[in-house]
Design a protein around this ligand. Structure first.
Ligand code: DQA
Length: 144
């Protein structure tokens, strides 16, 4: 059976490419998703991608992932990383292993970005490697 992997992108990541390119890079979200889809396809995995600017929509999508039999989640919760107990609880509720990704090195940035509600329950955290971080997380999930 093909491995099912879900990639979740949080708020403002739909603006990648034009949003603070010196921080987040010049690739658009569709560029990143296309790379991930190619990688997954080459390994025969089924990749689903979801972006939302709304916390509840991300929670709903995580709950749906469990119903669909998703085996791995790659999540860049963006600003919700630093604020959302609801997303943390949803991930804990579904018991699906996940990798947390950030394009920028959040530890080099403002102090409020140093805390993550998701990190302590994640399999791993990748920050500061740009779009490659998503690819590395996907390679890890594909090998799991
Ligand atoms: C981000 C870092 C967050 O602090 C920020 O709120 C984002 C993007 C990143 O990918 O570097 O929106 O998650």
């Amino acid at each position: 059976m093909a491995q099912r992997i879900l990639v979740l992108h949080g708020p403002n990541l739909n603006l990648l490419g034009t949003r603070e390119p010196e921080v987040y890079g010049r690739l658009s979200l569709s560029d990143i998703n296309e790379r991930l889809e190619n990688l997954a396809q080459a390994q025969g995995a089924v990749l689903t991608v979801f972006q939302s600017n709304h916390e509840g929509a991300l929670v709903d999508r995580i709950q749906e992932a469990a119903r669909e039999g998703t085996e791995y989640i790659i999540i860049n919760a963006a600003a919700y990383t630093h604020t959302s107990i609801a997303i943390r609880d949803a991930l804990a509720a579904v018991c699906i292993p996940y990798v947390e990704v950030h394009l920028s090195n959040v530890y080099k940035r403002e102090e409020f970005r140093h805390h993550s509600y998701l990190a302590t329950a994640a399999q791993g955290v990748i920050a500061g490697l740009g779009a490659f971080g998503y690819e590395a997380a996907l390679q890890y999930a594909l090998a799991a």
